[in-house]
Design a protein around this ligand. Structure first.
Ligand code: ATP
Length: 239
């Protein structure tokens, strides 16, 4: 595994008031990889993603994007540097149209002509969204809203995509469609850090995996090995 590291998280701590949500997290994502971050409710997975994207300011630690320190920078700066975050619950604006939601994904980009081109490419790639581009995003199905959130995150052409629970609330067949899309995005060269409650699904598509419990990384390694270790999964996922 000689691909260079795109993201390095070292000793990151984050707190919400007195609650220490993550405690000395270390993890790495290599170029082109899908890395899964799994663990029970409240383990600190979302907070880890938010610390990377700047939505939460880490209390300690180092975060490097291709070697450049980014911990504590404002979220829009981190986005400009190449990290997009699809938050849990998708964060789409239900009162705005599909197209307006997509345009919001471009706020970090100054090159209007290039944005129009990316937008056209995305609408091409997501025909369901194209057909519904003038519709309020709130009228989309859950799966379509997840697609919209992912499409919006791609407008800034990220090097690294942070995905928080893309399967949440979706019917199994729709989950499959969304995961096909994620695989497709990865094949096109975008590294992905994927948080999932559905450990089986996440482990199936990941190149590397980390298991979190109580704010710490408690296991890491090859997804097949981790997945086969029933003990690990039962202990940490309560499954
Ligand atoms: P889930 O799968 O349930 O989203 P998670 O692994 O993503 O869980 P986090 O959402 O990162 O976990 O939460 C980690 C801890 O931090 C939990 O104890 C949670 O209650 C706490 N926490 C998260 N967000 C906040 C907040 N805004 N204010 C206070 N505490 C928070």
């Amino acid at each position: 595994e000689e691909r260079p590291v795109i993201l390095s998280v070292q000793g990151v701590v984050a707190r919400y008031g007195p609650v220490e949500a993550i405690r000395q997290i270390d993890l790495a994502v290599h170029e082109g990889e899908v890395v899964a971050l799994i663990g029970a409710n409240g383990a600190g997975k979302s907070t880890t993603l938010s610390s990377i994207s700047g939505l939460v300011r880490p209390a300690a630690g180092t975060i490097l994007l291709r070697g450049e320190p980014i911990a504590g920078l404002p979220p829009q700066t981190i986005m400009r540097k190449g990290i997009s975050h699809v938050v849990e619950g998708r964060g789409i604006f239900t009162q705005l149209s599909v197209l307006e939601n997509l345009q919001l994904g471009a706020y970090a980009r100054d090159d209007r002509a290039a944005v129009r081109e990316t937008l056209a490419t995305l609408l091409d790639r997501f025909p369901r969204l194209a057909e519904r581009k003038d519709q309020n995003a709130g009228t989309l199905s859950g799966g379509e809203q997840q697609m919209l959130a992912i499409a919006r995150a791609l407008i800034s052409r990220p090097k690294l995509l942070l995905l928080d629970e893309p399967s949440m609330g979706l019917a199994p067949t729709i989950v499959e469609t969304v995961f096909d899309l994620i695989r497709d995005i990865n094949r096109n060269g975008t590294a992905i850090l994927l948080v999932e409650q559905n450990a089986t699904l996440a482990l199936q598509m990941a190149d590397h995996a980390y298991v979190m419990a109580n704010g710490r990384i408690v296991a890491a390694g090859d997804p097949e090995t981790l997945g086969a270790s029933d003990e690990t999964l039962r202990a940490y996922l309560g499954g």
